[in-house]
Every structure is written in C-alpha cells, then in structure tokens.
Design a binder for this molecule. Structure first.
Ligand SMILES: [Ca+2]
Ligand SMILES: [Ca+2]
Length: 91
C-alpha cells in the first residue's frame, strides 16, 4: 500500500515538473536566456508573443525600454499597437 502511494506521488511530481517546463517554454521562460539583451525595443508583432493583438503586462515585462504603467495610457491593462509604438519611441 505504502509503495503504491509512493509511486503515485513520484508519477504526479514528475508530471508537474514536465508540465512546468513545457509551460515555461510556451510562455517564453521568464528571464532565463536573456543573454542577447539589447536596448532596442522589438517591433509590436514580435513583442505580442501570443498574437492577441495587444501587449499584456507579462509580455511587456521582458521588453527593453517599455515602462508598462506609463505606456498604458488608457489604463486597460494592456498596450495597443499605438500605445506600444508611442512608448517605444518615447524612451
Ligand atoms: Ca499579447
Ligand atoms: Ca491600453
């Protein structure tokens, strides 16, 4: 009985680890691999990693030269293309 639950625990935790790694890859992996950090602000279409048509705060977090709170002029919690481009030029 004990052995069975241990195996189950192991299976669950390895599933979690794999799931987190996959999620990290999907979401861009946070700040790992920022070795190519340049000061140039990427184009809107590059910055919009999920293709939703706007830059969410999580997408803006990894962008050089973007101060999200001042860039979000209308305060809707995301940057439209015009908000993003204005902020990119303003720096
Ligand atoms: Ca987006
Ligand atoms: Ca906005």
């Amino acid at each position: 009985m004990a052995r069975k639950s241990l195996a189950l625990t192991l299976a669950l935790s390895s599933t979690l680890v794999v799931g987190c790694a996959a999620w990290d890859r999907m979401t861009g992996g946070g700040d790992s691999g920022s070795g190519a950090a340049r000061s140039a602000t990427p184009s809107f279409s590059k910055a919009d990693r999920d293709g939703s048509g706007s830059i969410e705060q999580s997408e803006a977090a990894g962008l050089a030269g973007i101060d999200f709170s001042s860039a979000d002029r209308d305060g809707d919690g995301k940057l439209s293309r015009s908000e993003y481009e204005a902020a990119a030029q303003r720096k």
